[in-house]
Design a protein around this ligand. Sequence first.
Ligand SMILES: [Zn+2]
Length: 158
Amino acid sequence: MKRLTITSILIIIFCATLQAQDSKKMNKKVKKTEKEWRAILTPDQYFILRQKGTDVPGDYGYTNHFEKGTYLCAACNTQLFESNTKYESHCGWPSFDDAIPGKVKFVSDNTLGMKRTEIICKTCGGHLGHIFDDGPKETTGKRYCVNSTSITFVKSED
Ligand SMILES: [Zn+2]
């Protein structure tokens, strides 16, 4: 009887440990060496996402794209923006007034003699764009100015 109890306790501890490892895996960040990123990204994607480049502004890529769906990080496929937060800002880059909660991170960026706030993918650290305070006042007032090269799009089924 006593032996069985100890076995049960050990099983419970073992299962709890497995679960903890599982949840850790779920939140795991994507970490790759620059060589590994270079191997999986196109040269343009590598320049924008890993070297903090910026797309030339214009009416290409996802700038004027308004299909219903979700925008993913082009480097790690994490869902970042929903199409219902995308709006026409006429700035030449895809613009969103919000991100999917917990998916992006903000970092202050003082390069190019400007004080800006960089948006990065929380999962892989990829550079997405910058956030500004000139977004739609009726929603968040924020403009998530994102490079088309940093994202991919998945159309929703309905
Ligand atoms: Zn990412």
